[in-house]
Design a protein around this ligand. Structure first.
Ligand code: ZN
Ligand code: MN
Length: 498
């Protein structure tokens, strides 16, 4: 469901006197092979309750053993987001009762998390497409409070017969990224989530797919009158599971809070849930039943000294999306816009770069990848990593266009044919499709025929109206029944007339 124009106008009008302040808490499942405190595998899709042991089942007396890889991943995430890592980090028990967490506490981090500070840059291309022309503050960065590491709980599935619990997910390393309440619109929240996701994927830390539950998000929403310094009453939206739903939910919730205040009502600190089908938020609980988690240090786990980990991970910080975009502009002389589109996806950037490295025409390659390659992939609902045409073969198709051997349209057809038969060579497909350039003598005679048939145009061209070359080229194309190459014809016309 999308917001109607009337909704958006009402939203803009209500906002005139109020400032929203939004803070996001994002949970991300890390890509480690094993769980946070035991050796069970984390792979998705196994039979329920087959990837379990006494530790991740929460049986009494089972002892946790730290997964060093998860700590390294979190420190790396912190480095990519410009956080600092305190020299010592520790583990705490967060106590609460929940059926999918039988030991009745979650191992988490309270006062000494792995990362503090830092920020998430909001790249222009991360905003919703329809909002990219009205970005309020281009280049804005949202400050982070902290990043800590904890364990995921089991997954409950409710049905009419009762509730089943699958412990395969229990104990999966979960990184929680907490932002400052510096986000001021639903569109910035959207950009924040996209940018964060892109950066985590660049670091190979998580697939961060919200639809698959690998990335989950709670949003703290408050509004305050323009003139007021201190934040308004904080209301939490729980368990959002898509980036576009976060945007819709925030449009609704911000308007709702402003309406309550305007009507003289009072907002109460509470937790709400978003119903995407109905398009409204509903109250779950108020502050009266807020948890007191009674955090205390976990006696089974030693604090972590981080110095060695920081040193090791410093060498593994990858190039970030905006750094890659800058380099593409510098090295390949493509436009900033093209560079930002190409670097928005790690696999797309890799495919472009490999093709550009094998080609003289870098700008053509950028154009081709953004327009033709993405179009064919979208049509077939494939990801860039699944593109069957190798960068070498794409580079050779583009080279044939550049040398005038085939036209751009013929190149597109060749690419599609190659897509379906990726083991074949572009040259053999071109022969089969009849895209071989016609005999040179034949083209020359067709060009001469057209020149002598249109003496008045030839005079005009010689008097300076060079655009007419294109018109004459079209005439020769007609005579050749579309078989001749327009670039070769144009060159020949120019040579003979000018
Ligand atoms: Zn286990
Ligand atoms: Mn958490």
């Amino acid at each position: 469901m999308s917001a109607t124009a009337a909704d958006l106008m009402a939203y803009d009008a209500a906002l005139a006197a109020y400032d929203p302040a939004l803070g996001l808490e994002v949970h991300v499942e890390l890509n480690t092979a094993t769980k946070m405190f035991c050796g069970c595998p984390t792979g998705f899709g196994a039979e329920p309750n087959t990837q379990v042991c006494p530790t991740c089942l929460g049986l009494p007396g089972a002892l946790p053993v730290l997964n060093r890889g998860a700590i390294e991943y979190t420190v790396l995430a912190g480095m990519m987001l410009d956080c600092r890592t305190p020299s010592v980090s520790k583990w705490d028990r967060k106590n609460y009762f929940y059926p999918d967490m039988p030991k009745n506490y979650q191992i988490s981090q309270f006062d000494l998390p792995l990362c503090l500070g830092g920020g998430v840059p909001l790249y222009d291309h991360c905003y919703p497409k329809d909002a990219q022309k009205d970005i309020e503050e281009s280049g804005k960065e949202i400050g982070l409070t902290r990043i800590h590491l904890e364990e995921d709980v089991a997954k409950s599935t409710h049905s009419s017969n009762g509730t089943s619990i699958d412990f395969n997910r229990a104990g999966t390393p979960l990184m929680e990224i907490v932002s400052e309440p510096e986000i001021t619109s639903p569109e910035e929240a959207f950009a924040y989530l996209n940018s964060l996701r892109q950066i985590l994927i660049y670091g190979d830390l998580s697939d961060a797919d919200m639809e698959k539950g690998q990335m989950r998000c709670d949003v703290n929403v408050s509004v305050r009158p323009d003139s007021q310094e201190e934040l308004g009453v904080k209301i939490e939206l729980k368990n959002m599971n898509s980036v576009s739903a976060v945007r819709r939910a925030l449009h609704y919730e911000i308007s709702r809070q402003i309406r309550v205040i305007n009507e003289g009502g009072e907002l109460v600190q509470s937790t709400r849930r978003w119903d995407d089908d109905i398009g409204e938020t509903q109250q779950m609980r108020t502050k009266e039943d807020a948890h007191d988690y009674r955090y205390f240090p976990d006696p089974d786990l030693l604090p972590v000294k981080t110095e060695g980990i920081v040193e090791k991970m410093r060498l593994q910080v990858p190039e970030l999306p905006h750094q890659k975009a800058d380099r593409f502009v510098r090295d390949f002389s493509i436009s900033e816009y093209d560079a930002s589109v190409l670097s928005s996806d790690r696999d797309l950037a890799l495919y472009f770069e490999e093709t550009a490295n094998e080609s003289e025409a870098k700008k053509k390659v950028a154009n081709w990848v953004i327009n033709n390659v993405l179009a064919v992939l979208n049509e077939r609902d494939l990801k860039v990593a699944q593109c069957p045409v190798s960068s070498t073969k794409l580079a050779s198709i583009i080279k044939m266009v550049e040398s005038g051997q085939i036209s751009n349209n013929q190149a597109k057809e060749t690419f599609v044919a190659l897509f379906d038969n990726p083991d074949r060579e572009p040259a053999s497909i071109i022969t089969e499709l009849g895209f071989e350039p016609a005999d040179a003598d034949l083209i020359e005679s067709m060009v001469e025929e057209v020149i002598s048939g249109h003496p008045e145009k030839v005079t005009e061209i010689q008097e300076g109206n060079e655009k007419l070359i294109n018109w004459l080229t079209g005439q020769v194309m007609k005579v050749s029944k579309g078989k001749a190459n327009p670039k070769i014809i144009g060159d020949l016309l120019r040579k003979k007339i000018l």
